[in-house]
Ligand binder design. Sequence first.
Ligand code: NAP
Length: 464
Amino acid sequence: MLGNLGNPLKIAVIGSGPSGFYAAEALLKANIDVRVDMFDRLPTPYGLVRGGVAPDHQKIKSVIMVYDKVAALPAFRFFGNVKLGQDIQVDDLSKFYHMIVYAVGNETDRKLGISGEDIHGSYSATSFVGWYNSHPDYRNEQFDLSCERVAVVGIGNVAMDVTRILAEDPEKLATTDIAGYALDALRKSKVKEIYLLGRRGPAQAAFSPAEIHEIGELENADLVLDPKEAELDEVSKGEVLDINAKKNVEYLREHALKGEGSKSKKVRLRLCVSPVEILGKDGKITAVKLEKNKLVRDQKGSIAALGTGVFETISVDMVFRSVGYRGVPIAGVPFDQKSGRIPNVEGRVTDIQTKQPILGHYVVGWAKRGPSGLIGTNRADSQATVKNMLADIASVSETPLIPSSSKDVAPWLKDKDVQFVSFQDWKSLDKIELERGKANGKIREKFSRVSDMLSSVNQETPVL
Ligand code: NAP
């Protein structure tokens, strides 16, 4: 039977972020004979832990040690710089693997859908985060930080990261793994006022208590909010708040009483306001028009923001949308346009028409449930999908797609001239990054161009 000693279950995991590694971990810990090949479109592993977590949150990145332990297991291989839908297709994978796990995350951002969103100076938080984290996709982005006033739309933890990076003393980032070019730009930054715009009230804020505390404790910036906006509205007063919401409400109420403060920069948190238009002149942003909201209970019983018809305009030169991420479709993989996710039932990918599970195809992480939760949330989520994969082994082994054990993806990729990067190769890049960082007094100086990564990979190293 498939999975018994000598008859290994072969699995392809697409994506090497937290959800991919936790799926690999759960599979490799299962009591079966299994081989896991992990693919990533970048030569580097770790997904958002490398390209998303803020440089001043190094402790969060220590989770990489767990992933490295998984990668060190003999039944695990990494194939970096291999893009599904481009270098290899789903049909090709099906020749080599019994099961495919999509751990592809959410690679784009949600739009606001308001007028002016495309004016120069309106950016997605995702691009700014990728830029300061040396992500090759965003390496060539240009952010004009010579302006003084910025609006950040949305008050989730990504908005907190963006705000902190803009408001923090750049010297505090100087020893981290922030991109060198981003540090240079931040050192020259003139930004001194950041409007954080939340469409609902303090009890519905998406930031974690620790994240808003960090904003409140910034050395160079005061967190300022109107005590009236920090108060609970009538609808929220009737709610039983969870522990985080309670902490946020209390913190904001107390903090609002501190007033303007005397620090050189201001983070102005506004609540119950929605941007309705981004205004510009001569192709540049000049202001954001906001509508005051009141909170109402919607048909599902959730607390929603409803415009009141009362408007105001705040002058800003730059806008960051930080209203959540969204998946992008991959050729050959079902995709639900409405939710931006891979359709699934408890991790089993389903056909978009029939809604029936497609045997052998699974999904984990944000691609499965949407962009929510912290890194650790993905462990239980991936384990749940793996449980279903293990339950499906008997059915998979009966399908005609059983690959011949002599076939392997590595020579196939070589034949196609795909320059894949093994985990050992990545470790040689890792070493170079650490050495370059040391020379600059930093934790790490990341590569930010795929071409540089590939040319630096020691080609003499045995790849597998
Ligand atoms: P998020 O937590 O979902 O926050 C999105 C924010 O955008 C919410 O405030 C939301 O308001 C607002 N929003 C959505 N649509 C809007 C619209 N049309 N107009 C105005 N506001 C709108 O998303 P995120 O910040 O991108 O974070 C994604 C996940 O990563 C979260 O689970 C987060 O905790 C996690 N993360 C964690 C860390 C960390 O631990 N340090 C760092 C970064 C990210 P509503 O609530 O009203 O919808």
